[in-house]
Design a protein around this ligand. Structure first.
Ligand SMILES: [Zn+2]
Length: 175
């Protein structure tokens, strides 16, 4: 074998060994995690956060085992990715979630500045197995006073104090 051929074989071998994952591979990983999580006592949801083509963190739904209603797969993945990368800003990251994000997770994804969302199942598929968040989406379309959950504005003036403190703080970390 010529030296050039040998080198080519080495490169091909390395590329195969470190398989470049594509969008479908990352989504399959999220789906796989969601299926496994059902076995492990969690909800049927999984998420994967990717940066520069590599998995940074994963998350699964742990609402009932952790007694934490915010422990959705996407939120868990965001927390893990932020801890791993040592940042509150996931710009440059992409999230693959086994199911369309609920309003809470969608909000968390925006706050985390994740670049793009890929989802597998949609909110109607989730609703068919009693994970119906469509009513929260509908609530957002209503004025606060027309929502199902009572919401009342009190101490509006006094509640400006934290904003005044924030405005005046010189060394704040903006996000
Ligand atoms: Zn969610």
């Amino acid at each position: 074998m010529s030296a050039a051929n040998h080198l080519l074989c080495k490169i091909v071998y390395k590329a195969r060994k470190r398989k470049i994952m594509n969008h479908r591979d990352f989504m399959r990983k999220a789906i796989e995690l969601a299926v496994e999580n059902v076995e492990n006592g969690g909800g049927p949801f999984g998420a994967v956060i990717v940066k520069n083509g590599e998995i940074v963190a994963t998350g699964v739904n742990r609402v009932t085992p952790n007694n934490d209603p915010t422990a959705h797969a996407e939120v868990c993945a965001i927390r893990a990715a932020c801890t791993k990368l040592g940042t509150f800003d996931l710009s440059g990251c992409v999230i693959y979630t086994s199911c369309e994000p609920c309003p809470m997770c969608l909000g968390a994804i925006y706050w985390a500045h994740i670049d793009k969302i890929f989802y597998g199942a949609n909110q109607h598929d989730a609703a068919a197995v009693n994970f119906d968040d469509s009513f929260i989406y509908r609530e957002l379309e209503h004025k606060p006073e027309e929502r199902h959950k009572p919401i009342e504005n009190i101490l509006h003036k006094e509640a400006q104090a934290p904003f005044n403190a924030w405005r005046e703080k010189g060394d704040k970390v903006e996000y």
